[in-house]
Design a protein around this ligand. Structure first.
Ligand code: DHB
Ligand code: MG
Length: 227
């Protein structure tokens, strides 16, 4: 069992249910298995999305018929692979990773999967890379340093069009997101991210709390409105 990021006394049951559904509905292919094993071997933190969450992203891509995807925060590319595999033949993913070692491992995992033509990985600070990217993206997954989420949201909107889906990971954080006195920069960043979404008339959004092998966390999902 992996160590949950936000554990509780129910963590083990949540992980068992995740394992049952994953085996039925989101089995990992050899490329995804390789990526997780390679990440572990090379000492990357196990903050990847779960298999079920990777499959959820893959299904969102298909539901929204996304062809141009942007990911902020690659880590070892596990979520990148789930999303890349769900793209239409002409689809592509741009993914940004700050940590040089994580980026190198991600490139190995992407090459191993034969997806290097579909995935462009930029190494560096997302706030340096984002201004160089061409709009629009159809789906944007924000999963990097959460303290910067307010800035990432501004860029996501700039790089969007009506109908673009914007998804933020780790927005519940074991319930810490509602702590208005938190000194945790991740919580502060996420609270501002949610406030900005709430006040932005261009966006329609919801939040989904999740339990599973990662513990108690969740996603915020927004869509850019027409007009
Ligand atoms: C952390 C980061 C993540 O993106 C995640 O999904 C879980 C945990 C972290 O930095 O603790
Ligand atoms: Mg995450």
């Amino acid at each position: 069992m992996r160590i949950p990021d936000y554990p509780s006394q129910d963590s083990e049951s949540w992980a068992q249910v995740d394992a049952w559904f994953s085996e039925k509905l989101a089995p990992e292919d050899a490329d995804l298995k390789y990526a997780l094993a390679n990440n572990a071997e090379q000492g990357l933190p196990t903050h990847d999305v779960s298999a079920l969450q990777g499959k959820m992203l893959a299904i969102f891509i298909q539901m929204s018929r996304a062809a141009r995807v942007l990911e902020i925060g690659t880590l070892g590319g596990y979520s990148t692979l789930w999303m890349a595999k769900a793209l239409p033949p002409h689809g592509s993913i741009t993914t940004i990773e700050f940590n040089e070692h994580h980026a190198q491992v991600a490139i190995q995992n992407i090459k191993n999967a034969g997806l290097d033509k579909r995935v462009t990985l930029y190494r560096g600070a997302a706030l340096d890379v984002l201004p160089t990217l061409a709009a629009p993206f159809d789906l944007i997954f924000i999963d990097a340093d959460k303290g910067n989420n307010p800035h990432y949201l501004e860029w996501a909107i700039r790089l969007s069009k009506p109908g673009t889906v914007i998804i933020g990971d780790n927005t519940v954080r074991g319930g810490n997101v509602i702590d208005s006195s938190s000194k945790d920069p991740n919580v502060i960043g996420l609270r501002k991210f949610v406030d900005m979404i709430s006040e932005d008339e261009r966006l329609e959004a919801t939040a989904v709390q999740t339990v599973g092998e990662k513990g108690w966390d969740g996603f915020v999902m927004a869509i850019v409105k027409a007009g």
